[in-house]
Design a protein around this ligand. Structure first.
Ligand SMILES: NC(=O)c1ccc[n+]([C@@H]2O[C@H](COP(=O)([O-])OP(=O)(O)OC[C@H]3O[C@@H](n4cnc5c(N)ncnc54)[C@H](O)[C@@H]3O)[C@@H](O)[C@H]2O)c1
Length: 368
């Protein structure tokens, strides 16, 4: 029995807990047995609500009562980014398995400290780069590995949202460098960098321009980017680009990528998340593959029934409990989280943010 504690029961706790609870329904007796033992949030009422919804027996408001609890085997770290390191490192010192939300940490130094703690603990230490195991993404990776499009020459991706386009959207921890580490480039970009690494290998060089389109919000100033454009060069010589934005009008969870190969290409867009477009052989035809049980990672025995966003957390939950039970798994590790954090930091370091006044003026101009 794997006894799980959850630290941080805000927004992202919901799909994680839903996914953990779905495991026996999907895989039956094959999945290690779990117990959702304790919910922790500094806002106790929020933890109590999560406990009610998901059938969690105990509620605490101090995370040390989870990380040091001998009755807990595994901890989900679902707090704001600056708390990932203190919570996860303390839990690792107590020998717990960790599934940590992305980005792994707010700084490269904290990400490196997390890796060191994970190595010392020898327990499972995974990062929730959940899009990596999405069935269409897995199929794309399998096709690239099989040489379907030849050597990849370029990877281009975007992740756009417009949730922060409204100037009245309040400043939360996400808009504070001290809590988040980075803005859209860390929040959304870390997913894309993780995908890029799985398709293309390590990033060798990066150049970026980050912007803060809306530099002040109700509650205070914003000192992270809300949009970024990133150019990549991979160690193997291939190139790439990423664009991230919280202020992309009309875009909602808009993840898309394309891999251009020597003799074909692969295209994915979240708006058609259960399909993959492939060009190979006949360059005049785009094949739309409907994801189903013939492909890796499908959860249902029928093609085309489709998965939704919350299903992306199911493979992560499965890999985590399998690893906690001592089974071999393939899942994003803290080392992956560190590699991504290094790219994000290098991108920010390479950028020359426009002056806040200039950004504000250009925003005002686009509003007229
Ligand atoms: N994988 C994904 O696709 C994805 C999507 C959204 C968020 N996230 C990540 O999940 C994490 C949380 O994001 P969120 O959207 O759920 O934020 P959120 O603000 O909704 O939730 C964070 C929770 O942590 C709690 N908290 C803060 N300080 C605490 C403390 N000292 N002790 C205990 N609890 C504390 C807050 O009260 C809040 O309930 C972030 O790292 C974020 O980047 C990942």
């Amino acid at each position: 029995l794997i006894r799980i504690g959850v630290v941080g029961t805000g927004f992202i706790a919901r799909p994680h807990l839903q996914a953990l609870r779905a495991l026996p329904e999907i895989w039956g007796a094959d999945v290690p047995r779990i117990d959702l033992s304790v919910a922790c949030d500094e806002r106790r009422a929020v933890a109590e609500e999560a406990a009610r919804r998901h059938g969690i027996a105990r509620v605490v408001d101090d995370w040390r009562r989870v990380t040091g609890d001998p009755e807990v085997d595994a901890v989900l770290v679902l707090t704001p980014n600056d708390l990932h390191a203190p919570v996860a490192i303390d839990a690792l010192r107590h020998g717990k398995h960790i599934l940590c939300e992305k980005p792994l940490a707010d700084t490269v130094e904290s990400a490196a400290a997390l890796c060191a703690a994970a190595r010392a603990a020898g327990t499972a230490a995974q990062v929730a780069f959940v899009y990596r195991e999405w069935p269409a993404v897995r199929l794309a990776r399998a096709l690239v590995a099989a040489g379907e499009i030849g050597s990849p020459l370029a990877f281009h991706a975007r992740f756009y949202h417009d949730y922060a386009l409204d100037r009245a959207h309040p400043r939360s921890w996400r808009f504070e460098r001290a809590r988040a580490g980075a803005g859209s480039i860390g929040d959304l970009g870390s997913h894309l960098i993780d995908l890029a690494r799985t398709f293309m290998g390590e990033v060798g060089a990066v150049q970026a321009r980050t912007r803060t389109v809306i530099p002040a919000r109700p509650g205070g100033g914003v000192d992270v980017d809300d949009a970024a454009d990133v150019w990549l060069e991979f160690a193997g010589g291939a190139t790439g680009s990423l664009a991230t934005s919280w202020v992309a009008a009309g875009h909602k969870t808009d993840i898309a990528f394309e891999i251009l190969g020597e003799h074909g290409s692969i295209r994915f867009a979240w708006q058609r998340a259960n399909e993959l477009d492939v060009v190979s052989g006949d360059l005049d035809a785009v094949r739309s593959i409907a994801i189903g049980p013939a492909h890796p990672g499908a959860l249902w025995p029928i093609a085309g029934v489709g998965l939704g966003w919350a299903d992306a957390f199911v493979p992560a939950a499965r890999a985590f409990v399998d690893a906690a039970a001592g089974r071999p798994v393939s899942a994003p590790t803290f080392e992956d989280g560190l590699a991504v954090a290094e790219v994000v930091a290098a991108a920010i370091g390479s950028s020359r943010p426009l002056a806040a006044e200039a950004s504000a003026a250009s925003h005002a101009a686009t509003q007229r």
